[in-house]
Design a protein around this ligand. Sequence first.
Ligand code: SF4
Ligand code: SF4
Length: 91
Amino acid sequence: MGRRIPLQIFSSSMIRPSKHVVHVVIDRCKECGLCVNFCPTGVLARGKELNARGFRYVIPQYIEKCIGCKLCEHICPDFAIFVSKGDKSLD
Ligand code: SF4
Ligand code: SF4
């Protein structure tokens, strides 16, 4: 499946940890930007790092804004992003 990392750790402005974790299968991302453009709360952004295919894979730059709607997961044509529940103690 390629490298997979919980991108919550990349949040650059983590004022408060999110109740949700956004995962990206890095080498599947083709930088199409669909998830970035359709995320209703502006969580996602293209990162600066390149994956093995030369694309700037997305990162959840503002993870604290994630509402867990999973729109990014459903809209990605390459099954490169998915969302899971994070720390329930934050509820
Ligand atoms: S929709 Fe999928 S392939 Fe496109 S930028 Fe987002 S994660 Fe990458
Ligand atoms: S689950 Fe919804 S709010 Fe969270 S990153 Fe995906 S589209 Fe954005």
